[in-house]
Design a protein. Structure first.
Length: 273
C-alpha cells in the first residue's frame, strides 16, 4: 500500500470517528471533501486565501458555504439560510456550516498556523443569548483545532446594536477566538469607539477604503489599538494598489484568489509593494 492510500485510509477512519461523536449529518467524497445535509440541500465549503503582503504569503483562509439542491444548480447562501425560518433551525444550520468548514480545513490544510476565517449569521447572534462560540469550541476540541486559530467575522449589521456587539465580542474573546469586526462609516472616530472592544482585525471593503475621507488617520487609529487592517473584496488592480498603499496588513479578494474547493499553502509571488 502506497503512502497516499495509507493516508487516505487513516483520514477516513478519523472522519468516521468524528462523525460518530456528533449529531451532524456529514458525508465525505472520494477526494476527501466534507459536506453536510440541511433538508434537501447538500452543503460544502469553499475557501478564499487571505494574504499578508509584507511577507508575500498566505496566512489563512476565509470559508464560505456552497450548496446544491436535488442536483439542481447551486443555491446562494442567503437562499439556504432563508429555509431556516425558526431560530432553532438557524442555530442548527449555522453550526452545521461551521462544522463543515472546520473539518475541510482540518483535513486539507497542511499548515498548523494558518487562520480559519468563519462568518456568523447575525440572526444567530441575536437568538443565542449567552455562551457564543461554546458549541463550536466543543467541536474544535473534538478535531484538535485551537480556538486561537479561528477568526470569527462579526457581521456589519451588528454594528447598529452596540450592546449586542460588545456582548458578542466579549463572549467569543473569552473562549480564545480571534475577532474580526467590519468597519462601517466614513470617519475614523468609528474605530475610536470600537477600540474599547479590542478586535484583532478590522475588515473594510476595497470600495469603502477608496471612498474614506481620511485614510491615513483610519489606518493609524486601527493600528494604535493593536488591531490589523484587512482589505477585502479586491477585484481590480487599482484596488490592489490602493490597499497596498494604505499599509493594510492583510488582503483578500477575487483578484488574488477566488473561493474554491481547495486550500492553498503556497506563497504568493504576485503581491509586491
Amino acid at each position: 500500500m502506497n503512502a497516499s492510500v495509507s493516508y487516505s485510509a487513516s483520514n477516513k477512519d478519523e472522519f468516521e470517528l468524528i462523525q460518530s461523536a456528533t449529531d451532524y449529518s456529514l458525508l465525505r467524497d472520494e477526494q476527501g471533501w466534507i459536506s453536510g445535509r440541511f433538508y434537501q440541500c447538500e452543503l460544502t465549503s469553499v475557501f478564499q486565501p487571505v494574504f499578508n503582503p509584507g511577507r508575500s504569503q498566505i496566512i489563512g483562509h476565509a470559508a464560505y458555504i456552497r450548496s446544491k439542491s436535488n442536483s439542481e444548480p447551486s443555491l446562494w447562501p442567503w437562499q439556504v439560510f432563508s429555509m431556516a425560518s425558526k431560530d432553532e433551525q438557524l442555530v442548527e444550520l449555522d453550526r452545521l456550516c461551521r462544522a463543515i468548514h472546520a473539518l475541510n480545513f482540518y483535513f486539507n490544510s497542511t499548515s498548523k498556523t494558518d487562520k480559519l476565517f468563519v462568518e456568523v449569521h447575525p440572526r444567530l447572534l441575536e437568538s443565542v443569548k449567552d455562551d457564543h462560540g461554546r458549541a463550536f469550541e466543543n467541536f474544535l476540541d473534538l478535531i484538535g483545532v485551537k480556538t486561537s486559530q479561528v477568526v470569527i467575522e462579526i457581521p456589519q449589521t451588528v454594528n447598529r446594536n452596540w450592546k449586542l456587539l460588545q456582548h458578542v465580542i466579549t463572549n467569543y474573546r473569552s473562549r480564545g477566538y480571534q475577532i474580526a469586526a467590519n468597519y462601517s462609516g466614513t470617519q475614523s472616530d468609528w474605530m475610536v469607539e470600537l477600540g474599547s472592544l479590542y478586535p484583532d482585525i478590522v475588515r473594510i471593503t476595497a470600495g469603502d477604503l477608496t471612498r474614506h475621507s481620511d485614510l491615513v488617520s483610519l489606518v493609524e487609529t486601527i493600528h494604535s489599538f493593536g488591531s490589523s487592517l484587512l482589505v477585502r473584496d479586491i477585484e481590480t488592480s487599482i484596488q490592489l494598489v490602493n490597499a497596498l498603499r494604505s499599509q493594510a496588513d492583510f488582503l483578500q479578494g477575487n483578484m488574488l484568489g477566488e473561493p474554491q474547493r481547495a486550500i492553498h499553502a503556497l506563497e504568493s509571488t504576485f503581491i509586491s509593494k
